[in-house]
Structures are given as structure tokens and as C-alpha cells.
Design a protein around this ligand. Sequence first.
Ligand code: PBG
Length: 337
Amino acid sequence: MSGQALGSYPTTRLRRSRAADWRRRLVRESVLTPNDLVLPLFVIEGSGVREPVASLPGVARLSIDEAVKTAKEAHGLGIPALALFPVVEPALKDDVGTDALNPDNLVCRAVKAMKAAVPDIGIICDVALDPYTTHGHDGLIIDGDVANDPTVDVLTRQALLLAEAGCDVVAPSDMMDGRIGAIRKALEGAGNVNTMILSYAVKYASSFYGPFRDAVGSKGALGVKGKHTYQMDFGNVDEALREAAFDVAEGADLIMVKPGMPYLDVIAAVKAQVNVPVLAYQVSGEYAMIAVSAAAGAFDKAAAFHESLVGFKRAGASAILTYAALDVARALTGRAS
Ligand code: PBG
């Protein structure tokens, strides 16, 4: 409280500044606008396909043509960027994620279609192997665990491929050590000097990714170890600061903290330490908690999402990835769906 004028009642009545809508708007510290939102999209093969995800009410897997329509709407609502996640056909998966390096794979085609139809919306793509591997892990398994350095080599090639396809922001979500430096060096080497790196620097091993794994079919056979040998232990904050500092030093433009709502303290701590924008991910399980509760009549969905997202802003997030981005932007701009 240093430097604060501490009044005392009744000289100070804190309710004065809450007594009318205009007063509340005048003194509001954190606000949410469509500029703060990133919309994740699940992309699937086919055309005219909108396939609902059972565990994510209101979210569908979209074929590229449908995804393009949604991208246009998102752009019209002022949402600056989309994050694309491919739903890879089971027949294309193998234990080394071969299709991740296919220049004509689903996500590369989706990026090209988006950039052609809606060039002014930013396209973010995950860099990780989990949608492409039969086992659902983010990297190559050698001797029973995800092997760091061989995985970094593959991810670097994947990131280059995505950049070549036109992706604006590559987002390594794999938690390997050293991948940001390797990817930055490769991008520079290939002349992709404007490709941004959004590092999922602080990604915890979390239960809240469950519906996402349903959506992309990456549950596979993660096994008892889950992803605990590479994603972070959720008891730790010091380690989050080290992860963020490393990735900034290695060339990340943006840092991600994930999940979001149970980790607002981590967002605030990382933001206090690094001088790059911090993004946060309101992940699938968090979305489901709110959407399912609202459907059960517990509270108003739009109001609950808005409140949860302002919480991210208060914690220091520059932007939030949320499956509710379209609904929230519609509400903010006063446009019906
Ligand atoms: C994969 C990835 C995951 C998410 C984003 N990228 C899942 C995982 O690590 O298993 C989760 C997003 C969500 O739950 O909404 N690297």
C-alpha cells in the first residue's frame, strides 16, 4: 500500500465511485476488447463440415471452407488472430508424426486458404507432434520417453514448413528445452524474419486439456506418465520464471502461460519479470466448466465468460486464447450471432 492515500470513514466512502454506471466506467482499471481475444479453431478434412465436439458445447471441428467463413466473421468482429489446430485423420498418424512434415498437410492447406481469404487476420499455428502421433505425445519417443534433442530437430522443420505456408506466428507448445533458439535460428536462416514465435513457455501438465484431446483425437495412449516429463509441475512458479526468461533470451516474441484461470498468479509473476507480451490460454477444460455450468442454469454464460476474461487482463495478460472468443466479441460489439 506504499504511496497510497489511506482515507478513513466517513471522509472516504469507497461506494461513491460505484454509485452509477458512468462512475464505474470512469474508474475501471481493466477492460476487455475484441483486440484481447484469440480464437482457437479445430480444422478437419472435408467441405461444409461443422462437427460438434461433445465435451466442448458450442465448439465444432470445421472443414477449411467453414473455417474460412468463421475467420471472416472473427475478423469482422475485430479479433486480431486465430490459432489453428488440425484434426489429423487416424490413417495419417504414426509413431514419429510423419504428416507434420508434409507441406500439403491439412494445417498447411488451412493456413494458405486463410491467408488468401482473410489476409488481415493473424494466423497462429501450434508446433508440436501430438496431433500427428499415434501415441499422442508431443515428440519422438526413444527409450520410453519423449527425446528432447531429436524432437527439437523435427519441430524446427515443422515450424519452417508452417512459416513457408504463410503462418504468421509459430507457437511451440511442446515444452522441449532449446526449441525456441533452434526455431529462431532456422527462421532467420530461411529469411523468415517477420515470423513471430509465441512460446508456450509456461505450460503445466494439466487435467484441463481433456476436451482438447477429444477434439483433435490426441488422447492416444499417453500412458501412466502422461506428459509430466516435459510439461511443468503445477506446484511451481520459480521454474515458470526460468522457462520464460530462457525463451525470451532464445528469441520468443510472445510468451504463453497455460492453463489460465487456475494460474493467474503465474501470469502476474511472469509479466512482472519479462518485458514481452504475455498471452494466456483459457484452455478447453476451463471453457467446458463455464459452458456446461451455464447450460445447467448456474449463471449467465456471456457474463461469466466476460468476468473470467477480465480476470486475465487484471493479471497482466495482453491477450487470451479462448473458445468463447466469437461469443464474447459479439457481445462486446453488440452484434447478435
Ligand atoms: C498440444 C496442445 C494441447 C493444447 C494446446 N496444444 C494439449 C496437450 O498438451 O495435450 C491444449 C489446449 C486446450 O486444452 O484447450 N501440444
